[in-house]
Design a protein around this ligand. Structure first.
Ligand SMILES: Cc1cc2nc3c(=O)[nH]c(=O)nc-3n(C[C@H](O)[C@H](O)[C@H](O)COP(=O)(O)OP(=O)(O)OC[C@H]3O[C@@H](n4cnc5c(N)ncnc54)[C@H](O)[C@@H]3O)c2cc1C
Length: 300
């Protein structure tokens, strides 16, 4: 693909463009090859201009947030990566309604809600990533799901139209119905009044549980597999004795069996091969086909 980087720079006077950028710098696993260009738009108008141009040129592109749920191939991604994190990070309150732009940090949004005595997000404390990523994945923890609180989602379609989707229907770790070919730019959340001290203590307890049960000192992308109906992927992997299993620099975390960690020098292929090894062993012993929660980018 021949990409006119100068044209992109002209289309985004306030944004930033990094040609040939290593994606390992933008993923929590710390692995992944280069993309043709990484683009950081500074506002929604710039997203519109950019996608109109990329769609017209038939140039491949993807959107990422903080890359905390991504496994990018060592060969990288031949196309444009639009990163919405830190840029587009406005968070506003209007009574029990919160508006957050998709690049806002989910943790900051959770803190903001607690600070304003609003309940509904406190159990999501400690999930890394952006608001856009949380919408796309329907991020959840301890029985709470981001999608449960979403009243509407603001998006830009791949043809550059700005749309609002009211009352979107979310499902487990799959975002909302009809999300394909849409870039999430913001979200309205309906929360309920709560006691700040209580909400704060729920969030602290959850952060403490995460510190105990998750390998937070190692690079990972959180849980690798979705839980199969009525069971936990981590429980099955642990039961099969796979904790600590390694391929190259990738390891099934000895702390949490559904986490694969980069012990320092893992490649994306090491992680991918270990994922397949675990998946095959689980299928062999239980006939359960685990599906990936982590999103893969590029060719493996
Ligand atoms: C230590 C650790 C713990 C974790 N714990 C949890 C947990 O408890 N629960 C949980 O659900 N997840 C958890 N995760 C996974 C991850 O943090 C979440 O899935 C998070 O919501 C991803 O957000 P992100 O901004 O990093 O998205 P990315 O990883 O950048 O992207 C994820 C997907 O969303 C898409 N996407 C992102 N932003 C947009 C946008 N604006 N428009 C369109 N598409 C977009 C991407 O294309 C990709 O398909 C954990 C990860 C880590 C590293």
């Amino acid at each position: 693909m021949r990409l006119d980087v100068e044209r992109i720079i002209r289309l985004l006077p306030r944004g930033k463009v990094f040609p040939d950028e290593p994606l390992s710098r933008h993923t929590s696993f710390g692995v992944g090859g280069r993309c043709s260009a990484l683009v950081l738009p500074s506002n929604v108008d710039e997203i519109v201009s950019l996608v109109q141009y990329l769609t017209e040129e038939e140039a491949p592109f993807i959107v990422i947030g903080k890359g905390t749920n991504l496994l990018v191939s060592d060969r990288g991604y031949e196309g444009v990566v639009i990163k919405l994190a830190d840029n587009l990070s406005l968070v506003e309150q209007n009574g029990e309604l919160l508006f957050a732009q998709s690049g806002a940090s989910l943790s900051k949004l959770v803190e903001f809600a607690i600070e304003h005595s609003l309940s509904g997000l406190e159990k999501l404390a400690g999930i890394p990533g952006t608001v856009g990523g949380a919408v796309w994945m329907n991020a959840g923890a301890y029985g709470a799901f981001f999608g449960d609180r979403v009243a509407s989602v603001e998006v830009v379609s791949f043809s550059g139209e700005r749309l609002t989707i009211d009352n979107p229907r979310f499902s487990y770790r799959a975002g909302f119905e009809g999300k394909e070919k849409l870039i999430i730019t913001g979200v309205y959340l309906e929360l309920t009044p709560g006691d700040k001290t209580v909400l704060s203590s729920v969030a602290s307890d959850i952060l403490e549980k995460r510190r105990k049960n998750q390998p937070l000192d190692m690079r990972s992308a959180g849980c690798v597999f979705k839980n199969p109906p009525g069971d936990s992927a981590g429980r099955i992997i642990d039961w099969l004795g796979l904790k600590g299993k390694r391929v190259g620099g990738a390891q099934v975390s000895p702390v949490h069996a559904n986490f694969i960690v980069n012990t320092g020098n893992a490649t994306a292929s090491d992680i991918y091969d270990l994922i397949n090894l675990v998946r095959n062993k689980v299928f062999e012993k239980t006939q359960i086909a685990l599906s990936l929660e982590v999103v893969t980018v590029g060719r493996f």
